[in-house]
Design a protein around this ligand. Structure first.
Ligand code: AMP
Ligand code: MG
Length: 488
């Protein structure tokens, strides 16, 4: 199994707690392909015992017997404050199939549940399922979701809800918090075992390096720099970028009160428990860098095995300083593509910043705007471009459009080719909160058709999908402010 640490301080063997009368809420045939699960005509597993397995009601399916399900220990910083030990309080790792770890989220209490009930509700499980699969379809690294299995088991949150179990897949669920955990315990042996396990399974190139642990850090940091740039480019706000929610593989993970931007606000806060806006859209890159500093500090003792502390610190510092540089490069490359630019010019950054400021000032819908931008024809008079009607300060936007069109003309951009390229990077469909909310409300009445439909639409986010045009629209004004909290 990919997670191979054993011992009381690393994990505990934990059986899932069964749920009464489980039923399918959602299933991803695309994720199932990773495991090679034979499916029937409805896209569900032919072997019915998958339902019981993914509900946490049995441990055997087809040829697989999961004999050692476990919950792992990790720690972390929450909202910038050291929170001490956390751990898989409601996630149980069943085992590994075809290089993917299979984890059940909401499968009952574990040793790390603290005051929690070890459960997840239908609402949050549907959100995690839809967003994991939507992110994957957008081409953004993420843990996958195989299924949501529901039950009428009542669960107390702010209101009374029902339970669900979301089956997640990832090559590894190791978080920055796992490293922080052993560092906080001063357990260098475990820290080294964890790093070696990750290197062996996921970063084998580090083995040959003169400084494998420094290289491991650089790899994790650059993957997360790239990840956060990709989030910014599709307007995704994670909502809870605590160090225990940051993947060592650079995957988007632990979907909670996340949100895609509807109208653009740089300082948009999607988590209504985040009063200070620590995890606002425009702060995500800086916060990810901060999380990499947590990782750097947790890994430092391993560098000190090789070098004196002063040298180790200097090496780590300079590796950490690479983050903003890598992030900026990636961000610029992605946003240039969003504008349909083929070459890179120094003035592009100014052009982008002016655009984002205008979008912010006029609260322009992020996804809709960039998708429509691809329809512009270089030689059309500015007055004929409908996008300008979305801006309150039209004069400023007209000036921007003029500069943009000149910039396109300077590289002899072809309207047709540019649209084709832009449509590949500017999605038409994202998981807008109001769409998720509608699917959830129906699912809470046992109608899962809208979950199915949304999953289908979001599996092809860059395609036009004429039948589903309304799903590309910004929310009606009364549904703009769907708020999501942590308690799920
Ligand atoms: P999160 O904010 O979902 O990333 O969770 C932070 C910590 O709280 C993790 O250790 C979770 O396992 C734990 N946790 C969250 N919800 C529950 C729950 N309902 N029962 C037990 N533990 C939970
Ligand atoms: Mg978490």
């Amino acid at each position: 199994m990919a997670f191979s640490l054993t011992g009381d301080d690393a994990c505990q063997l934990t059986l899932p707690t069964p749920i009464p009368s489980p039923y399918w809420v959602a299933f991803s045939s695309s994720a199932a392909r990773l495991l090679d699960i034979p499916l029937d005509d409805n896209g569900l597993p032919q072997d019915q015992s998958w339902l019981a397995l993914l509900a946490g009601n049995q441990l055997k399916v087809s040829d697989y017997q999961f004999s050692k399900p476990l919950a792992t220990a990790y720690s972390g910083h929450q909202f910038g404050v050291w929170a001490g030990q956390l751990g898989d309080g409601r996630a149980i790792l069943l085992g590994e199939i075809a290089g993917q770890e299979l984890q059940l989220k909401g499968a009952g209490k574990t040793r790390y549940s603290r005051m929690g009930d070890g459960r997840a509700v239908l609402r949050s499980s549907i959100r995690e399922f839809l967003c994991s699969e939507a992110m994957h379809a957008l081409g953004i690294p993420t843990t996958r979701a195989l299924s949501v299995v529901g039950s009428d088991l009542p669960i107390v949150r702010e209101t009374l809800e029902t339970a669900a179990v979301c089956a997640r897949l990832a090559p590894s669920f190791i978080r920055i918090g796992h490293f922080e955990h052993y560092n906080a315990l001063d357990n260098i042996i475990r820290l080294q075992e964890l790093a070696d396990m990750l290197i062996k399974n996921h970063f084998p190139d580090c083995i040959e390096s003169d400084s494998p642990y420094l290289d491991l850090f650089k790899n994790i940091s650059s993957k997360n720099a790239s990840l956060v740039a990709q989030w910014q480019a599709v307007g995704f706000c994670h909502g809870v970028l605590n160090s225990d929610n940051i993947s060592a593989l650079g995957l988007t993970m632990d979907y909670g009160p996340f949100g895609f931007l509807d109208y653009f606000q740089m300082n948009h806060i999607c988590n209504h428990s985040d009063h200070g806006g620590r995890y606002a859209y425009h702060r995500q890159p800086q916060i990810m860098h901060w999380n990499m500093a947590c990782l750097a500090s947790a890994l430092l003792p391993l560098l000190e095995l090789q070098d004196d502390s002063e040298k180790a610190l200097a090496l780590m510092r300079s590796a950490l300083d690479e983050f903003p540089v890598q992030y900026a490069q990636e961000w610029q490359a992605l946003f240039r593509k969003k504008l349909g630019l083929l070459t890179s010019q120094d003035e592009d950054i100014g052009l982008l910043e002016r655009l984002l400021q205008s979008m912010h000032d006029s609260k322009v819908d992020f996804t809709f705007f960039f998708r429509q931008l691809g329809n512009i024809k270089i030689h059309v008079p500015i007055e004929m471009i409908p996008l300008r009607n979305q801006f309150i300060d039209r004069k400023a936007f007209d000036q921007w459009l003029k500069d943009y069109l000149l910039r396109l003309q300077s590289e002899n951009s072809s309207d047709e080719e540019r649209k084709r390229m832009m449509d590949k990077v500017n999605p038409k469909f994202v998981l807008r909160n109001h769409l998720a909310q509608r699917a959830i409300a129906m699912a809470q009445q046992h109608d899962f058709s809208e979950v199915y439909k949304l999953h289908l639409i979001l599996s092809n986010p860059f395609d036009d999908q004429a039948d589903f045009e309304e799903y590309a629209n910004p929310p009606p004004p009364n549904l703009e402010a769907v708020e999501v909290s942590c308690s799920s």
